[in-house]
Design a protein. Structure first.
Length: 255
């Protein structure tokens, strides 16, 4: 009976991965602009606060997850995700959007490292630890494929209402919550989640400097951040560029 329940953890884990993806991310920037009082400058503030919250929470999340228990941490992550999506749906000013971003960061912080550790514990209890790579690979493949298929339907939902993709995401979040809540805790020693803690953050920076990697990491991080932000929030930048003709002038002078 226990073995079957632990086997069920695998498909429930896959459902959780599906619910982790934000199918509305492609229209999020445009959705921001539908909220009264939100401008490109306000969106920048929202992103700054949300990103900073994620940075602060990422460091202690592994410690908190170990203390709470991995299943409890994953359940907490699902609750935070549901709150975040609900705030997006009912947003009528920038405060709601800021809170939605913060709760999303909290959810991602609790998921970070915890999900993979829980799956590893499950496979260890099933004596299938050697299959971790295969099981995780299949779960992640489905976890990406299903959201991508749903993203294709986003334009259809937007034609009904801008909030429709968020409502669909909320339904998926709730399904993910019940999947995670029904996970069976493996009867094995809980794995410790290694995070970059406050105590060794300085050491990590010094090691990066010593191996001449710090400059590369900073440059890559900046470039990746710019590409990531402009990709997700391209609708906002398009509105800004079109209103000021800034894009045309920038391209001209760069040549």
């Amino acid at each position: 009976m226990l073995e079957k329940s632990l086997q069920n953890n695998i498909w429930k884990f896959t459902v959780m991965l599906i619910s982790n993806k934000r199918i509305f991310v492609a229209i999020l920037g445009a959705y921001y602009l539908t909220v009264p009082g939100v401008t490109p400058a306000v969106i920048g503030t929202i992103l700054l606060i949300s990103t900073f919250a994620g940075f602060l929470l990422e460091i202690p999340s592994g410690y908190v997850s170990d203390k709470l228990g991995h299943k409890q941490a994953l359940v907490t992550a699902r609750v935070m995700m549901i709150i975040s999506t609900s705030l997006y749906i009912f947003a009528n000013d920038e405060i709601f959007l800021i809170l939605a971003g913060i709760f999303l960061s909290i959810s991602q912080a609790f998921n970070s490292g915890t999900a993979s550790a829980f799956l590893h514990e499950t496979l260890r209890a099933l004596n299938q630890e050697d299959n971790y790579t295969n099981v995780m690979g299949k779960a992640r493949s489905i976890g990406f494929a299903v959201p991508i298929a749903l993203m294709v339907l986003v334009p259809f939902f937007v034609s009904i209402s801008y909030k429709a993709p968020f409502v669909l995401a909320l339904v998926i979040d709730i399904i993910g919550f019940f999947a995670v809540a029904s996970l069976v805790v493996p009867p094995v020693t809980q794995e410790h989640i290694d995070e970059v803690g406050v105590t060794n953050f300085k050491q990590v920076m010094l090691e990066g400097y010593r191996f001449n990697y710090l400059g590369i990491a900073i440059f890559t991080g900046i470039v990746s951040g710019v590409l990531f932000s402009t990709g997700i929030y391209r609708a906002v930048y398009q509105v800004f560029f079109r209103s000021s003709n800034y894009l045309v002038r920038s391209v001209f002078w760069s040549w």
